[in-house]
Ligand binder design. Structure first.
Ligand code: SAH
Ligand code: SF4
Ligand code: F3S
Length: 444
């Protein structure tokens, strides 16, 4: 083989990339777009990090634990694949910028600039320079151009957040709130529906404040008129921004699923004020009561932070009682984690890890003990389930989602794969810890 042949062969080898994703649904959506951008520029996806040329870590900084996983992932991958290029994307990239070069990053890309990744990689390849691209504020949204079929498709309708809750890094990491234009959202809904998607899952840090004609409730109403859209969900809602129109929509729009994720964070008004959440517990209970009077079968889920600075035993008790009283069907609960450059980090009276841990365990133990009995109400009911595929444990058992967003595993005579994307009637027979178990109705 002569020199020319050799260089030609090297030129033709496609570089491989892997992506590791941490954090919220927004990062899951962004990682899919990054994958399309990379494939569109001739890179090849590779699952095995030992064989990949480029590892893109899409990071989360919302608490210290996910933040610190960045370092362990870099160390672990470098020990197995010394020559790999490391790209840090997402919220840690935006917040910490070039400091991450010291941790072994080659490229640092903030969440608004993923379209530039291939050009950053080429420049790095040519010059060996480490590169960061971080400016915030790009109003453009990355569109989903994937040909892939998804049962349920995330559609971002908003980026950033203007709320500045005292504990939260998201406004700094994702920039100011920007609403995606209506036409673009519609275009993406049509795109995924054409590929077979039945469920539209609208995403934003505070979807209720989406700015556009008719507001958020109007957007849902317009999306529900699109043929092929069978189910609509959204997350996350801020209790201070829930409009009466949205509550009404739960009563009169049968495509809007009876599930609302409504983070409470704390049951104590004193702590809600300190958190700058802009509502009190009475307002929250009013929303819960109004929504349940309009849609009695709605499932509510929540986020809770325990051990916010200054939280007393009495404040925690209020959170505990509110969670117990509201009867949530799902809860994400966290120990408060101090984040750099947030207002809460500078507050006095930080709570010890020991007390935070004790409160979290107490809250979670109560919740876990209560949940199975709350879910018992579904037993014996025939429920319409959107099938997602085989169950995670047994390929002969199928898995899907109920309207209330509960996972249900069920027995069926059909191959679970053949049912993917269909909505079928399932009789719920048992509650197994957090999941329901059922059986396909004979006539589905
Ligand atoms: N926009 C969403 C929250 C996104 S962050 C909302 O307002 O509901 C997801 C959750 O992480 C938050 O609801 C909160 O419960 C938790 N969280 C955010 N910052 C945190 C911190 N510093 N410590 C512990 N939990 C935190
Ligand atoms: Fe963070 Fe509050 Fe914005 Fe949610 S609403 S992303 S908790 S600042
Ligand atoms: Fe984490 Fe950023 Fe989402 S901090 S929760 S990945 S917006």
């Amino acid at each position: 083989m002569n020199e020319t042949d050799h260089s030609k062969k090297t030129y033709n080898i496609k570089k491989k990339f892997s992506i590791r994703t941490f954090g919220c649904q927004m990062n899951v959506y962004d990682s899919d777009r990054i994958s399309e951008i990379m494939k569109g520029s001739g890179y090849e996806p590779e699952q095995d990090v030992e064989k990949t040329d480029i590892l893109i870590i899409n990071t989360c900084s919302v608490r210290e634990k996910p933040r610190n996983r960045v370092i362990s992932v870099i160390e672990n991958v470098r020990s197995r694949n010394a020559g790999v290029k490391i790209v840090i994307a997402g919220c840690v990239a935006q917040l910490e910028g070039e400091e991450l070069f010291a941790d072994g990053a080659d490229i640092i890309a903030g969440p608004d600039w993923y379209e530039e990744l291939p050009s950053m990689l080429s420049r790095n390849e040519l010059t060996g320079d480490r590169i960061s691209w971080l400016d915030q504020g790009d109003p453009r949204f990355l569109a989903n151009s994937s040909e892939k079929f998804q049962v349920s498709a995330f559609i971002p309708i908003q980026k950033g957040c203007d709320n500045y809750c005292a504990y939260c890094v998201v406004p700094a990491a994702r920039g100011p709130e920007r609403s995606r234009p209506f036409e673009e959202i519609l275009q993406e809904v049509h795109h995924v529906v054409d590929k077979g998607t039945s469920e539209i899952f609208l995403l934003g840090q505070n979807v209720n404040s989406w700015k556009g004609d008719g507001g958020f409730a109007g957007l849902i109403s317009k999306i529900s008129t699109i043929e092929g859209v069978k189910r609509i969900r959204f997350t996350t809602s801020h209790p201070a921004d829930i409009s009466p129109e949205l509550i009404k929509a739960f009563g009169n729009n049968n495509k809007l699923m009876p599930w609302l994720h409504l983070p409470l964070q704390s049951g104590s008004d004193r702590i809600l004020d300190a958190m700058k959440r802009k509502y009190h517990i009475d307002h929250y209970f009013n929303i819960v009561n109004n929504i349940r009077s309009i849609r009695s079968d709605i499932a509510l889920t929540t986020d809770i932070i325990v051990g916010f600075p200054g939280e007393t035993e009495d404040d925690f008790r209020k959170t505990f009682d509110a969670v117990s009283k509201i009867e949530y069907e799902g809860m994400f609960s966290f120990k408060y984690s101090s984040r750099p450059n947030t207002a809460a980090a500078l507050m006095p009276d930080h709570i010890t890890e020991e007390i935070k841990g004790k409160r979290l365990t107490e809250l979670q133990t109560m919740f876990e003990a209560k949940l199975p009995s709350l879910l018992q109400k579904y037993c014996g009911q025939a429920i319409l389930v959107l099938v997602e595929g085989p169950s995670l444990r047994d390929p002969l058992v199928a898995r899907g989602r109920t309207p209330q967003n509960h996972v249900i595993n069920f027995i069926t005579d059909s191959d679970p794969q053949s049912l993917v994307g269909r909505i079928i009637s399932i009789k719920v027979e048992e509650v197994r810890t957090h999941t329901l178990f059922g059986c396909a109705m004979p006539a589905f």
